[in-house]
Every structure is written in structure tokens, then in C-alpha cells.
Ligand binder design. Structure first.
Ligand code: GCU
Length: 685
């Protein structure tokens, strides 16, 4: 179907005939789903849709074992289907947990059974089996219990009520338009299907920068918000709202937002009660406070624990949580001030508060210390907070990674962050075990990310950016999946199982981050972009600004000295070996060199090249490789569905030409600054 990419990874392409297709047809002709629950019924509809589309047969709903003797059976353990009861033993039921599922092929009973404690678990199990089939996996010997590794698997929308999306690159919001709710039931349902199939269980539907009207989402607009929550609930997704810390003042009842003021506390308690009356399973609040001109506790001489705990107290009786963001820094810095270092800010603000937050508060920490640059070190707050619930925040929206006009598959970046060893508790303390809660035994933990969707027909603008959305969900579910595995799943589910398509698209995705980095952000320097909209090259775009984002390039060298002896001391925020490794010019990895050190252009890297030659080489190679992406994709003309083919071709063409602009501006800038010739004698202007 030429749907322009709308069905995304739930398009269920038809499968090639052969042994596996015969196997699927044999088992999937009949289905039993006895629970009356909305979620299980949604799973049933999904199953029937998927089977019909992939196999061309109807999955007929039966009450008992099918006449053919084989069927797929799914439901909750307590749902009353005797087959589920007999296929799974007590031990399975005990270990499956609130969101997991068990799946088993029972030859004796003639069924493939999916059992779970919760209806959402059943739904995840059904999506799992559909994914196996869509990827041509065997289904005759299944016997697994699958449990999500991370508790919170969250999406943050930066959608505004007027319909704009902050840092949105795929059209406008599909929740709001012109200060109204769109009530686009179909689109929101399909969105919920996509999210749930990728494993997402929490969505905050409004921008962390909460403007005047959005401030009223927790009061005046609750009925409309509640109807979105109703749709998400069917797919196992809890709704969250971003709130304005100064909310009480907006409603005109209280003239302060001081978190220790009794009137303010009561306002939040009453407001929370109102929210839960409308949405009994409401997830909680997301808060950006004292950050980029948003109000917060600092105004009243209070700290962030005071602020977060006040909200936590209001939500506590209802089981709600506060997700408090750590993106707090001075955004009015004087560029002449060489002491203040934005990279230090999150740690400096929050490390002293470790242990002071109520246990229904979660700190949300961006993956790096700056702001979702192509390359940053991992935030040193991971490892530093031993007694605080925390989630990591990624950005699926490609604000600094090509804005969904360039292809940039981010799963490898996220994996690198999750694998990063913090040394917080001895030799093996990777970030993934901090955010899954196992390292410190946190009550709440998980992963959040800024969404990349909008009302573009294909959701993400660039079709290949769908892989980031899918990949984020899958990785949040199970961080052990590899970037290759996730890419390959996504490709089959989107384009079908043709191995040629798979190998070409997979190569494009897996190379894309390295390519993007090479022509935009050498050696850990970020921010060489146009101010405000953040698209396209501008080496000094942020150099003399108030945002704390500098590279300090002069005619001799470049980079930020963040060492202990001569720099800002940021490197000391890391633990043990990490701190030593970054602090020393000898051991600092090349890809982060200019993040930690200011060096001459003639400094020789571990790679054997000088810094300046590295800049020239990566930019020329990067632009060339960007052009090759287009060439590889072109090899799929006629193989990939035309409507999808054309979309990607158009974007890759744009990328190839824009990469040249990057190449020429960056190379020229550094050539003029340094006066050093390119040994490759390429044209520099
Ligand atoms: C970035 C982004 C802003 C956003 C902010 C945040 O700075 O450019 O648009 O509001 O992050 O995460 O709060």
C-alpha cells in the first residue's frame, strides 16, 4: 500500500512463500483471546491485522481448540483460558512480573501460548510474536519469559498547544492545533500502537517549556487530556504532563510559587487530586525548573530538592511520580568569563542534593553534560548519585544531528552511552545498570527521550528516522540488543525481508552517525552551528554568545581546557580511571580531545594525524561518504516500494549537497585561522 510510510514498522509486508511461511500458516489460522479487557482485545485486532497482511490468511477467533488442532492463544494468567493455565507452570507465573510475558510453543497442546500478568504484557507478547514472524524467525520451539529491563520507557513530546513542536522536524503536532486539541482519534491510536509495539509505557504529551495555556492542562483542559489518556491506556501507556513550576501563580489564587509556602503546597495537592479524579492512572509531572528562563525554586532561595519534594508530596497519595530534569545551567553567561563551564553545571547543582529527594522523585539527566551534541562525554552525574532515582534522557529528535534531513541512526550513540563504565561501584558499573536501577537498587528508574514525530504523513519527516524511534523503544526495553539487530528488525518490518534491501539499508543506517560526525563535529567539538534553529554550519555561531558553548579556536589552536590543573576542572567530576583518562592529554581519546583539552593545530593524535589534518580529512571523507549513501540507496530503485524509495532519495540528495557546505565552511575556516596547508592539496577556499 502506498501509504507514504504512515504504517511505519507496523505495515506488515507480505512474506515470501517457503517453509517458514508454511509453518506460520499452519499455526496462525486460529486464535483464542478470551480476556474481555480492552488491551487484550486491541492485541487481538493487531494480531488479526498482522497475520492477514503478512500471510494472506484470516486468523479466525475461536473459543476452544481449533478443528485443525493448532492455534495461537493469548491472555492473562487469571483470564480463565484453561490452555494458558496448563501451558505455563507456577514458576513462570511467578517470575513474569507486571509487564513481562511468557511465550511457549506447546506441541502436545497444539498451541503457541502467550501469557502475562497484565493485559499490557499480553499485548507486548503479541507484538513480539508478530515481530518474530515479520523477521522470518522459527516459531515452533518458542519457550521464553521476556521482561523489560527498564521500568520507565518514556517519550517526551515537546509539542506546544499552538500546534508547533519545539525542535520538531516532522511537521506540526498531531495532539494540538491553534490552541485546541485535535482529537484526531485515529492518528493518536496509531501512534499508541507504534509506541506500544516498540515497548514504550509512558508519554508526556506537552513541551517541557510550559507556556501560559499549557499551564492549564492540569486544570481547565483536563477533560481533553483525559481522553488522550484513555486512548493510551488501551496500549499500556501512562500519560504524563509537563507542568509549570509557577502554576499556582497563573491561576491567580496564590501570589507565590515558593515550594515551602503552605498555600502553594495546598494548591499543588488540590490540583493533583483534580488530575487523578479525571485520570486515575495518571503517571505524574515532568518539570523543567530554573532552566533556560523557566521558573523554579531558586527564585525563593530554595533548592531543587525543596521544589521536587513539594510536587512529590502532592502526587504521593495517588502513586504519581515527579520527573525532575537536571538540565540546569547559567544560560546568561558572559563569554569573556573563562571560569564558568556549562559542562559542570548539572553535577554541581545536583550532586550535593543526592539522598535528599523523596522516593517518588526521579531525576532526568541528559546523556551528556552539554546538550545532545553529536559527540559528548557521558554526563558525570551517572555514577555520582548513589541515593537518588534517575533516568537518562536521550534526544530522538535530531536537533543537533541533521534535523531529520540528514540520516543519522542514533542507536549506536545511545548504546555507547549505556555501556559507558562509570566505575561508581568497582570495575563493572555501566550506565545501563544505573538507569535500570540494579546498581543502586532504585525504586524508580529507566529511560526517557525527546520524540521525533509530527503530523508528517510518515511521522518522522525522514523515513529512515523512524528507525531511531523504533530503536529507542527497543533499546529501552532491552539494552542488550545490538544496533545491528535493531536495524535489521526495523528494516524487515518496514520494507520486507528481501536480503538485498536489508544489507543496503542496514549499512546506510550503521554508517550514518560516523559520517555525520565526520563532517560536522571533529574531535568532540560541538556547537559549530547556526544559532537558534541549529541547522547548518556556522563555526563561530555560538562563540561569543551567552549560552556557555565555546570552542576557543584562534590562529594557534582549538578546544576547551577542562583539566584540573589549567582548566575548568570538569574532568574531576568523573570517577577514578575516567577522570585520569580524560584529564591527561596522553590518554584522552581522540574523539573527545577538544572537549577536554585546548591544543595546537599541530598536535598529533593517537591516529598519527595532526589535529588540522584530521579536520581536513574527516570533512572531505565525510562529504564523500554522504554522497555514497545516496548512491547505495539508488541501488534499491525498483526494489523498495516506490513511495518510500522517493522520500528517502530526496532527503539523501539534500544531505549530500549540504555535507559539501559543511565540508567547505569548516575546512575553510580552519585553513584561514591556522594558515596550515592540507597535505592532500584539496580545494579549500
Ligand atoms: C535544548 C533545546 C531547547 C530545549 C532544551 C531542553 O537546549 O534547544 O529547545 O528546550 O534543550 O532540553 O529543555
Amino acid at each position: 500500500i502506498a501509504d507514504g510510510g504512515y504504517a511505519a514498522w507496523l505495515s506488515y509486508p507480505s512474506l515470501p512463500s517457503g517453509r517458514l511461511q508454511d509453518q506460520y500458516v499452519k499455526w496462525c489460522g486460529a486464535v483464542q483471546a478470551t480476556d474481555e479487557d480492552d488491551t487484550v482485545q486491541a492485541a487481538l485486532r493487531e494480531w488479526q491485522r498482522g497475520i492477514e497482511s503478512m500471510l494472506g490468511i484470516q486468523a479466525v477467533k475461536v473459543r476452544e481448540q481449533a478443528p485443525t488442532g493448532l492455534s495461537v492463544v493469548f491472555g492473562t494468567f487469571q483470564g480463565g483460558n484453561p490452555l494458558i493455565g496448563s501451558v505455563f507452570g507456577e514458576e513462570t507465573v511467578r517470575i513474569v512480573g507486571p509487564e513481562g510475558f511468557a511465550i511457549r510453543t506447546s506441541q502436545e497442546q497444539g498451541c503457541i501460548a502467550i501469557g502475562a500478568v497484565s493485559p499490557a504484557g499480553v499485548l507486548y507478547g503479541v507484538f513480539h510474536l508478530l515481530r518474530l514472524i515479520g523477521n522470518l524467525e522459527e516459531i515452533e520451539g518458542l519457550d521464553e519469559v521476556i521482561i523489560p529491563v527498564n521500568g520507565l520507557r518514556m517519550i517526551n513530546h515537546w509539542d506546544n498547544f499552538d500546534g508547533s513542536v519545539e525542535r520538531g522536524y516532522a511537521g506540526r503536532s498531531f495532539f494540538y492545533d491553534n490552541n485546541h486539541f485535535t482529537n484526531d482519534v485515529e492518528r493518536i491510536r496509531d501512534y499508541a500502537r507504534l509506541m506500544s509495539s516498540a515497548g514504550i509505557n509512558a508519554i508526556a504529551i506537552n513541551n517541557v517549556n510550559v507556556h501560559a495555556l499549557e499551564t492549564l492542562f492540569i486544570s481547565k483542559y483536563l477533560p481533553e487530556v483525559a481522553s488522550i489518556a484513555d486512548q493510551f491506556r488501551v496500549y499500556g501507556i501512562k500519560l504524563f504532563l509537563s507542568v509549570n513550576f509557577a502554576g499556582p501563580m497563573h491561576e491567580g489564587e496564590v501570589c507565590t510559587a515558593d515550594p515551602l509556602d503552605l498555600g502553594v503546597r495546598k494548591w499543588w495537592q488540590d490540583t493533583a487530586a483534580g488530575v487523578y479524579a479525571a485520570i486515575p492512572d495518571f503517571g505524574g509531572f515532568v518539570v523543567k525548573a530554573d532552566s533556560e528562563n523557566r521558573p523554579g525554586p531558586f527564585t525563593y532561595g530554595r533548592d531543587h530538592a525543596d521544589g521536587a519534594n513539594m510536587l512529590a508530596e502532592a502526587l504521593e497519595p495517588f502513586g504519581g511520580i515527579v520527573i525532575w530534569r537536571c538540565f540546569v545551567y547559567n544560560c546568561k553567561q558572559d563569554w569573556r568569563d573563562r571560569k564558568t563551564d556549562r559542562a559542570r553545571a548539572a553535577y554541581d547543582h545536583f550532586k550535593p542534593l543526592d539522598g535528599k529527594f523523596k522516593d517518588n522523585v526521579i531525576l532526568q539527566i541528559k546523556n551528556g553534560p552539554m546538550d545532545f551534541q553529536v559527540r559528548e562525554p557521558v554526563s558525570p552525574l551517572f555514577g555520582a548519585l548513589e541515593r537518588t532515582n534517575q533516568v537518562i534522557e536521550f534526544q530522538i529528535a535530531q536537533e543537533y544531528t541533521g534535523q531529520q534531513r540528514h540520516v543519522c541512526y542514533l542507536v549506536p550513540q545511545w548504546k555507547e552511552v549505556l555501556e559507558f563504565n562509570t566505575y561508581a561501584q568497582g570495575a563493572a558499573s555501566p550506565v545501563k545498570h544505573i538507569v535500570d536501577g540494579s546498581l543502586w537498587g532504585n525504586r524508580h528508574s529507566g529511560i526517557a527521550a525527546v520524540s521525533n514525530v509530527g503530523n508528517d504523513r510518515n511521522w518522522t519527516g525522514h523515513l529512515l528516522a523512524q528507525a531511531n524511534l523504533y530503536g529507542y523503544g527497543r533499546l529501552a526495553w532491552n539494552p542488550e540488543l545490538t544496533a545491528e539487530e535493531i536495524a535489521s528488525e526495523w528494516i524487515s518490518l518496514t520494507f520486507g525481508t528481501d536480503p538485498d534491501v536489508s544489507s543496503v539499508v542496514s549499512r546506510i543506517l550503521l554508517d550514518s552517525l560516523e559520517i555525520y560526525e565526520s563532517y560536522t563535529a571533529p574531535l568532540g567539538v560541538g556547537w559549530m552551528i547556526n544559532p537558534e534553529h541549529h541547522y547548518g554550519p556556522n563555526v563561530d555561531g555560538y562563540e561569543y554568545s551567552q549560552w556557555g558553548t565555546y570552542h576557543y579556536a584562534d590562529h594557534q589552536g582549538i578546544g576547551v581546557d577542562r583539566t584540573v590543573k589549567t582548566g575548568t576542572g570538569y574532568s574531576a567530576q568523573y570517577i577514578g580511571l575516567n577522570s585520569e583518562r580524560y584529564d591527561s592529554l596522553e590518554t584522552c581519546p581522540d574523539e573527545l580531545l577538544l572537549f577536554f583539552h585546548h591544543v595546537p593545530y599541530t598536535h598529533v593524535l593517537h591516529s598519527g594525524k595532526t589535529v588540522i589534518q584530521h579536520i581536513y580529512d574527516t570533512h572531505f571523507e565525510g562529504a564523500e561518504r554522504a554522497a555514497e549513501l545516496l548512491a547505495s540507496w539508488s541501488s534499491l530503485k525498483g526494489t523498495v516500494r516506490e513511495d518510500l524509495y522517493m522520500q528517502v532519495e530526496e532527503r539523501l540528495r539534500g544531505q549530500a549537497s549540504h555535507a559539501k557546505e559543511w565540508r567547505d565552511q569548516i575546512s575553510t575556516y580552519f585553513y584561514r585561522k591556522s594558515g596550515i596547508e592540507d597535505t592532500g592539496k584539496r580545494t579549500i577556499y
